[in-house]
Design a protein around this ligand. Structure first.
Ligand code: NAD
Length: 357
């Protein structure tokens, strides 16, 4: 974003932007030049910031000892992580930044999930052949739509808030009991399932994977509840794993024809058994949407939030205009994936090793 270029320039950093990089977010090249950037080879910097994991060709363009910042999918993109280590790149994954208070301004997972949750609720409203709000008209009263949100993390809470603003009656479910209060504060109901589950919160505020029996029980209980709603927005995820299966084929069959499922977990396989990632399909009369990379459908705000996240991280790396990496800092240490030719992030190392064996 041009405004971030300007802020970086003020702190003594010179910025090179690839031609056309901001076009989709409605920032032409001359806006970057006006903010003090040079247009040129974006891979030539001491620090290279991008959005998605680098391709093999892009890794080849990074110099040994250069620093890379971006969404690197450290737990699943094993080949990329190995190639970055071999290329001697010091890489930092936005998704590995510890979710501590001091790092909140760098939390790109949250900023992009906010976009995704908002968009998912809008897609549900758009696809549903009914109103979301209650309406009293001369031709009779329209009942409000019933929406169920599965997974109430950052994306789920935003989907709840958006569906509520559109007037739907919203219920939500999560395996972490801490979210009950957050769901209720948004005017939605916490769906209690008699799963015999106390709480499934693990380290860092994330959910732990459920056991096979717990999952089975959850699916059965949910199938009944799903049959009572007009739309489901599913956002359940466990970091580094395929999305948990929550909506079975039977649950889809239980829904009324014309109902909608928006499966935000499509990117990691989907929460619904019938989701086809990247497609919108109609099964058993139910429209099932499996969107990929929803953040890119709202590029202006997705980019401005992401740019601020990256700027905050860069501010930790630069002292008086010079690159200075302090690996004693828990944020830099936690987010670092490769360094000095090694995979230094424990989760990424284990994941990469696990794939080999
Ligand atoms: P996520 O994208 O990994 O998961 C989305 C949601 O799915 C989570 O709420 C999770 O509990 C839920 N889920 C997992 N398995 C499920 C199942 N079987 N059934 C139903 N729900 C299931 O998570 P996220 O949104 O990135 O973050 C989760 C939490 O992390 C936040 O709500 C918060 O507590 C914490 N967090 C902390 C900070 C911070 O302190 N800076 C920032 C962001 C998030």
């Amino acid at each position: 974003m041009p405004e971030v270029v300007e802020r970086l320039a003020r702190s003594g950093v010179s910025v090179t932007v690839e031609r056309g990089a901001g076009e989709a977010a409605h920032h032409p090249d001359d806006a970057y030049e006006g903010a003090g950037a040079t247009l040129g080879d974006g891979f030539s910097g001491e620090v290279v910031a991008k959005v998605a994991p680098p391709s093999a060709d892009e890794i080849g363009r990074l110099g040994r000892g250069s620093v890379l910042v971006g969404f690197l999918q450290p737990l699943t993109a094993h080949d990329t992580v190995r190639a970055l280590a071999e290329a001697g790149v010091t890489s930092f994954a936005m998704e590995a930044i510890p979710r501590i208070t001091r790092a909140q301004s760098m939390d790109a997972l949250s900023s992009q999930a906010t976009v995704g949750g908002y968009r998912a609720a809008l897609i549900a409203a758009q696809q549903l052949p009914r109103f979301f709000p209650m309406l009293t008209t001369a031709a009779g009263t329209v009942r409000p739509a019933k929406v169920l949100v599965l997974g109430a993390g950052v994306a789920g809470l935003q989907a709840i808030a958006t569906a509520r603003r559109l007037g739907a009656v919203v219920q939500a479910f999560d395996v972490r009991s801490a979210v009950k209060e957050q769901i209720e504060s948004l005017g939605a109901r916490f769906l209690e399932l008699d799963m015999g589950l106390e709480d499934a919160e693990a380290a860092g505020g994330y959910a732990r994977p459920l056991t096979d029996e717990e999952q089975q029980r959850q699916r059965e209980l949910l199938a009944e509840e799903i049959g009572k709603v007009d739309a489901v927005v599913s956002t359940a995820a466990v970091p580094g794993r395929p999305a948990p299966l929550l909506v079975t084929e039977q649950a889809v069959r239980n829904m009324k024809p014309g109902s909608v499922i928006v499966d935000l977990a499509a990117e990691t396989g989907g929460n619904c058994e019938l989701t086809e990632p990247g497609e919108t399909v109609v099964r058993e009369g139910v429209t099932i949407v499996g969107p990929l990379n929803l953040a890119s459908t709202m590029p202006d705000h997705a980019s401005s939030l992401y740019a601020r996240n990256v700027q905050s991280l860069l501010e930790l790396m630069v002292k008086e205009g010079e690159l200075s990496l302090d690996f004693e800092d828990e944020i830099l240490a936690g987010a670092c994936i490769t360094r000095d030719g090694e995979i230094v992030h424990e989760g990424a190392r284990k994941a990469a090793g696990a794939e080999v064996s």
